[in-house]
Design a protein around this ligand. Structure first.
Ligand SMILES: Cc1cc2nc3c(=O)[nH]c(=O)nc-3n(C[C@H](O)[C@H](O)[C@H](O)COP(=O)(O)OP(=O)(O)OC[C@H]3O[C@@H](n4cnc5c(N)ncnc54)[C@H](O)[C@@H]3O)c2cc1C
Length: 548
């Protein structure tokens, strides 16, 4: 006999947990099925060194910004342990000497810092910030919008499209031109229009290539920069990022507690093998161990290829949709390196291994646009980057829960290795890649290499096989222009619904994903709840008609 619930959520990453929390809150008997032994997916805190369990790292994702206050407040996440330390400045020391710090919300200090490299750039900086803030006002609300099905002639879809157009009727020619530039330009070209110094351009380019299989000269990278600049950690500062106490697993744990507080059941080690489909409707799932669980509503939050091609099966799906999912781009060439440090990096440009402001934000290895581009070109030519670029952070500058006092954790989000490194472990080459990455930092902070107590390297193969991040892509699918908004994850199905009745889709491969923002899970649950209500109303009406 199959167990029966009102709703099943496949995948216990943060989006699955958000979906479960909202479904359970609406009164649905909900179960989350997570294949790994623990929840969180890519938002996870782990102790990767068995002989040093006192060190915990935020193993994949590492900083928060994109989760909207609506979700944080409605799920009462602070009550469940969500606690963010706003990050310090962006920091880059340069091989030629000197350094730069950029602050999220201190125009005066930004002016002083940038003036050291270019007076002209320092004067341009407030205008750049205002320009980005203006664009965020347009793009930010779009993140919470359900994309309309453009081109559909169904009355509901036409009405959705017209409503969206009407909402943006106030946009002027200038703003539309700015949005067009942002969506189509490379981050390198965009920054060339604004700034002259290579140091400032390198600093501002990082957000344009995070998690992206594209160097800074590729069209579309300007938008990736904006995606990473829109968010707010709930304190109202544009583009400000923060560290969750206890690492990113703390975010997942807070959402899980919220879901449980509403009655959701969460099963780990429960890997789904396939969905049960009758006609054009899903009716339940079969686990790898053979257990069956039935429900009228299923929300899947796993990678689209797993969700649709593996779990549903192409025989149950329209051919166009199958083709769209099969062609979904999911590359990235990211390698995450987690380090346990005996002491903080002592930068020649800003001496001292005592905790200083430049340790509290992002500690970058992106000294110029050319440096970043070279790393990408190496990987595109089929080699791991000789000198990788890194978005580094030291969460223990604030968070003392991750390791013993006096030690530190450093997280290096690095790029690139070749796009096909998801197919094989490449263990030895990853070790050599990590050595080179560490050497790059050591050139700027000569105590760095010797300060490393333990290191953990997670490459694309492990991301795919252990965490279900197909292709090693950190967002379940690239943030390239043809995979955004009404195209995410497939044209006609960007409203968190799918070709099958009862099946909803809410992973980072839908609009507003990726990132740890919870919006896909929230939207998928909202769609399911709305359809459940409509079905109940329809049943009541039919009953009344039969009685009369
Ligand atoms: C290295 C790295 C760094 C990142 N850095 C950041 C960052 O700093 N900030 C940020 O906002 N975002 C970051 N991201 C992106 C962000 O972490 C992801 O977009 C987000 O966590 C994905 O959440 P999700 O719930 O959609 O999917 P996932 O977290 O991938 O969750 C899906 C879950 O489904 C489970 N699953 C898979 N198959 C099955 C199955 N058959 N049955 C049952 N369960 C299954 C998986 O085990 C997983 O737990 C990063 C990602 C990576 C990989």
């Amino acid at each position: 006999m199959a167990a029966t619930y009102d709703a099943i959520v496949v995948g216990g990453g943060h989006n699955g947990l958000v979906a479960a929390a909202y479904l359970a809150r609406s009164g649905a008997r909900t179960v989350v099925l997570e294949g790994r032994p623990k929840t969180g997916g890519a938002a996870t805190t782990e102790a990767p060194w068995p002989d040093a369990p006192e060190f915990r790292v935020t193993r994949l994702s590492y900083v928060m910004s994109l989760m909207p206050p609506t979700i944080i407040n409605e799920l009462e996440l602070p009550r469940h342990g969500y606690r963010i330390y706003p990050m310090g400045p962006y920091y880059q020391a340069f091989p030629e000497g000197g350094s730069i710090k950029l602050y999220a919300d201190d125009a005066q200090r930004n002016h002083e810092e940038v003036s050291r490299w270019s007076k002209k750039d320092a004067d341009a900086m407030p205008k750049w910030d205002a320009w980005l803030a203006g664009l965020a006002e347009v793009l930010g609300p779009l993140l919470l919008t359900v994309p309309p099905s453009l081109g559909s002639r169904k009355p509901r879809d036409v009405a959705d499209t017209l409503r969206l157009a009407w909402r943006h009727r106030g946009l002027d020619v200038r703003t539309i031109a700015d949005v067009t530039r942002l969506m189509t330009m490379s981050i390198a070209d965009l920054l060339d229009d604004w700034f002259e110094s290579s140091q400032v351009k390198g600093a501002l380019a990082v957000n344009g290539v995070i998690g992206t299989w594209a160097g800074p000269y590729e069209p579309g990278t300007a938008y990736v920069m904006a995606h990473h600049s829109i968010g707010d950690v709930g304190d109202g500062h544009l583009g400000n990022w923060g560290f969750q106490e206890g690492g990113m697993g703390g975010v997942s744990a807070a959402i899980e507690r919220a879901a449980r507080s509403h009655g959701a059941e969460i099963r780990t080690g429960a890997r789904v093998a396939r969905m049960k489909v009758t006609g054009d409707r899903v009716t339940g799932v079969v686990l790898e161990n053979g257990d069956e669980i039935d429900a009228k509503v299923i929300v899947s939050t796993v990678h689209p290829r797993i969700a649709f091609l593996d779990h549903v099966g192409e025989e149950h799906l329209p051919a166009d949709f199958v083709s769209d999912i099969a062609h979904w781009k999911s590359r990235s060439g990211v390698v995450k390196i987690n380090l346990a440090l005996a002491e903080l990096p002592d930068f020649t440009a800003d001496p001292g291994s005592n905790l200083q402001e430049h340790h509290t934000g992002s500690v970058e290895m992106a000294p110029s646009m050319e440096f970043i581009e070279r790393a990408f070109q190496d990987a595109r030519e089929g080699r791991p980057a000789a000198r990788p670029f890194s978005d580094g952070v030291i969460p223990t500058a604030f968070d003392t829960t991750l390791c013993p006092e006096g030690n530190h954790i450093m997280s290096l989000f690095t790029q690139w290795v070749p796009e096909d490194w998801n197919a094989e472990p490449h263990a030895e080459e990853l070790e050599a890649y990590a050595d080179r990455m560490i050497d790059c930092y050591n050139e700027l902070a000569p105590n760095f290499k010797a300060s490393i107590l333990h290191r953990d390297i997670v490459g694309p193969h492990q991301m795919e096989h252990e965490y279900g991040l197909i292709g090693g892509n950190i967002f379940h699918g690239e943030l390239s222009l043809e995979q955004l908004f009404h195209m995410r994850p497939a044209p006609g199905y960007a409203d968190y619904r799918t070709p099958l009745a009862g099946l909803y889709y809410g992973s980072s491969a839908t609009h507003a994903g990726g990132g740890v923002c919870g919006i896909p899970g929230w939207q998928a649950a909202r769609a399911a709840i709305a359809d459940r209500k409509a079905a109940r109303r329809g049943a009541q009406v039919r009953k009344l008609i039969r009685r009369s």
